[in-house]
Write a protein that binds this ligand. Sequence first.
Ligand code: SF4
Length: 468
Amino acid sequence: MQSIILSHVTDFDGWRSAARGLALRGIPPQDVVWSVEEASDLFAQAEPAAPVSGAFSVPRALVEMAETAIQARDPERFALLYALIWRAHRGEKHIVEDAADPLVARVVRLAQAVRRDTHKMRAFLRFREVHAESTVRYVGWFEPDHYIVEANAPFFVRRFATMTWSILTPYRSAHWDGETLRLAAGARREEVPDDDRLEAYWRAYFASIFNPARLKIAAMTSEMPKKYWRNLPEAAAIPELVRHARERTEAMVERPVVSSERAARVRPQPAQAAPGGLQALAAEASGCRLCGLYKHATQTVFGEGPFDARLMLVGEQPGDQEDLAGRPFVGPAGQMLDRVLAEAGVPRATVYVTNAVKHFKFEPRGKRRIHATPDASEIELCRFWLDQEREIIKPVVTVLLGASAARAVLGRPVTISRERGRRIALPGGVAMVTVHPSFLLRLPDESSRAREYAAMVTDLRTAYAWLG
Ligand code: SF4
């Protein structure tokens, strides 16, 4: 029996190097015991395993899934992940695509739970202002369900780069001094001071964005459980806002809606009734305030199509007409997509279509609204909704229309010309990158348009053939 002791609860490098060595030495999962030693020097490296030579390669999708799932608070995670690596190493190269495999399904569930927890941390963490001598430090308390602090700390560094802050959780704390990120042991709730000026700010902010017409108390309490309310200063404002919701809704109804005339010009009815889970998710997303894009858009535009679709198409974001209609791919790019699908022999009614980003990003130019590309942080934040859509639909093949869609699903920057048409493994399926139909519309001359149109038809035909 082999005993592997990792240096901390999210020691991915230690786990990966041990897993590689074990697989190369032919040691099966049932002969390995994994454990964690929390060293006094928190991030001391575990004793490196003696190097073992030999060919070792596992699919990138598996490595990415392992990197997420290793953050799950499940004592069996190291063993489960090694069992996956073991099978991939011994010839099951596409194992990660087999969503029906019980081992894959369990690891996918771990990764999904980690992603949900990550979203909650990014959405619900609140900093309080702490004054010490002449400096100001912002301190936030959060109680994650999983071991997500290490992987998320760089996100907070990017978002609050100019602030000096500490994030405290029961198992780990992260400290940023404007230059260096330091991880340390966990902390206690009492270490976060209670009174601060930010509290008033958060309450006022929440009251200003609260939409009484979208009030769903059940969703608020399940998606934002009581334990997060405790740490959210704005939660104190909720009872009062709920009490006055009806009057505020009536006042909103009275108010003229500027875009109603334009909205009436586009198709109003969804082609497919969304099943319960998707409907609830779409309703939940309609109140999303995670990034700033909701402020100027008319509404969220969620995906649509059959619940059992095996082919999913992911675009970038709704355009002007989609924003008004509340439906994806109904404008000029959608019409181009319809033509491409028809020519490729793909029945549109069998396809689920959605976007990486659910709100329309644009720049006003006179009376027109000109498309603006969503940035990496908007794509990353909105990925929360796309991940859940994909979790419900479970597509076998996902076609990524353009760089934003590819970034959202693959989680990395993608150069279309380099990766176009390739079969890319995803947990539970495969993906193909191709161009967005709006790219065809922007081409200046007829001959390049005809050439690119034919290439896109070929891509869609190939992706459809992958369904088998
Ligand atoms: S674009 Fe996405 S993340 Fe941003 S507010 Fe809209 S739904 Fe939320």
